[in-house]
Design a binder for this molecule. Sequence first.
Ligand code: ZN
Length: 467
Amino acid sequence: MRTTILLLALLGSVSTQALAADVHPVEQPLLHEITGRVSADELHSTIATLVGFGTRHTLSDTKSEKRGIGAARRWIKSRFESFSTACGGCLEVVTPSQTVTGTRVPQPTEVMDIVAIQRGTSDPDRVIVITGHLDSRVTDVMDFKHDAPGANDDGSGTAAVIEAARVLSKYKFPATLVYAALSGEEQGLYGGKVLADYAKQQRWQVETDLNNDIVGNTHGQDGGVNNTIVRIFSEGYKRALLLDVRSAARDGRSLPSAIKDDGNSFADSPSRNVARYMSALADAYLGHFAVRRVYRTDRYGRGGDQVPFLEAGYPAVRLTEADENYTRQHQDLRSEGGIPYGDTIDGVDFAYLAQVTRLNAITMASMAKAPAPPAGVDIEGAVKSDTTIKWKTASGAATYRVHWRDTTAPQWQRSYAAGDATTLTLKDVVIDDAFFGVSAVSADGFASPVAFPGDAGSFGGTTTATP
Ligand SMILES: [Zn+2]
């Protein structure tokens, strides 16, 4: 009992660095090297080229070599191919597409994603995805004629994807990395669905999608400047499991067994554990740069390409700058009352975008070097003074680490190295008062994100979701 009291007293005073060390137990020179290779000049050059295509609207011209989304797609494909040439063919470039019609797509239109796949050396079915959308728009979402530079929305995310591919293709990883420039976002999140469907067809075990959308502006509409924080949005209870409930109710089936309180309440998800993981990486590896975790799927009333991934049962987060400027998003190029409107390249802060890109790159590298997050996590300890946590062996894991936190705490607060065991009893830690999870650690000290008990906390895809 005394130990429990000591633990709770400590919780209030755990420093940020201590938390980062708990989630990422070994400092990795590789991750420092990767941050050093990300170049603001490369990001600038990519966005300047993208803006040069005039408009990248999903309904724009696909034949011209100079203008429209077709030219932009071919240029991105050529970038991926040039990186692949430089790494001895390490990238496979594919262009999954679907022909769609909808409210914002009046005529059947091919929505094509440009995707580079860097196969893992020993665990190629495990997949870490980065996405940004290459399409752009102006005030009228149906206007595919006028210039829509889309420098920040989402030239910034697309540039982060391309730069991550350039830097990470110089290394080899046990798991697969996927770099994807998506189309059709502004017309209805079509490109995200195209890629999520492709992932299902390929039977990828997607451990996360890092969706970068609007990640380059630092001058907010309110006049504030914020160049040291990126927001990461993550859903609460898995959307795919909630869709299960809806379809069960519609079909008159009984409630799926996955829908129960799995021990971490109804307000937590693998996506949140990816956000926590990234937050700890930023604290450990990026000076003067931090993550503001937002426990929402997206900004209020907005959506992004992470949503089709979540609906498919894959963990996914959205990265967006801390302080948005709405006069620069979805606007015709013009000046009104001395205020410039439009998404032009002078609104992108490349030093800031480089930091966001570094965070993406080290997250992908760290997750791909680490084992898979443990599956089959379970806890027991009702009406006892100790808590026992169990899990299954994870491929590539040398050791495991048990994590726990106060039920109201946003980040994991305490951890305990469990060696190569698959069960651990925490003496005098009362199960009622904390949430619990487990990470898997490779022999060279790369840790996975934390998985918590049940389907709700599992990184494995849900099997029954029918969105
Ligand atoms: Zn966007």
